[in-house]
Write a protein that binds this ligand. Sequence first.
Ligand code: SF4
Length: 347
Amino acid sequence: MTEQPKAVALISGGLDSLLAARVVMEQGVHVEGINFFTGFCVEGHTHAIRKKDRSKPKRNNALWSAEQLGIKLHIVDIIDEYKDVVINPKHGYGSNLNPCLDCKIFMVNKAREWMQANGFDFIITGEVIGQRPMSQRKDTMPVIARDSGADDRLVRPLCAQNLPPTLAEKEGWLDRDKLYGFSGRSRKPQMALAKEFGFEDYAQPAGGCCFLTDKQYSVKLADLWSTRGKREYDLDDIMLLKVGRHLRPRPHFKIIVGREEGENRFLEGYRKRFVHMIPTSHTGPLVLLDGEITPDDIELAARLTARFSQGRDAAQVTVEVKPIGGASQTLKVAPLSVAEIPADWYL
Ligand code: SF4
């Protein structure tokens, strides 16, 4: 090949994918990035909602990475197709509802399709052997290459020296000696390489790239599936699981309580779809009710709403209840005491 080789790099927004792309660019390869939007992504969303996180930069880390690299980034919405990965993972889940191995296979496969459609030569990921317990193990890395169909067109520049040579090395597009042999959970080699490349202020790895690795989030998703009697979700479902305090006082309904101003504002966007309530005699949260609601549930939910308001110690709190499309109703209720809220109501 006399033309400049072209590679597509999976860009998550984390340090490893940033470095992997850069290592390949250093060897004169034309690199473009691809980022998949699953709906479960951690970054951006909650930071943008929560007031307390406002001081943090609300950047999209994948875009930031691409900007640092000076490459084009293709953001691909995979929300619908990704459902099958989350609901029926062939290789099972990690410690929470994270189907990491199936997820990686799926994403590399999508990148392979993109590579073929766009006349690119190989795929780059930031995987490092031993970095993650499920998808980044010596025995699972070949599974990703095989089951995604990428085979030897999948290059992991950060640990390539620990893996068999890929097509890019065999063809001379990449010099194996200029790739790396990182392994294990330590982040030190990546941090040193970041320093060498002059990357600062990169996203700190925080236990995974998506909410599916989060225990609390997985409990809420499992609750959603079990109470609906089927494993399904839409984008609003998974967005709402990221926001507020979720309590299920009765099997047939749960409440979502805004924890602060930013979350209340976010939940307001759902007022037309849910029965909701808000304290009017005291400052307090917006609360959505999700499920089949009876009049008796309204009373209980209002008392819970009062509990999470500034009137929690008052004898009585006024709560405005707004049904979907109906006239609002005002209730005067006694806030529930802490002792009246069993721990297992909290999801
Ligand atoms: S943490 Fe989430 S996005 Fe990352 S590999 Fe696992 S399931 Fe996929």
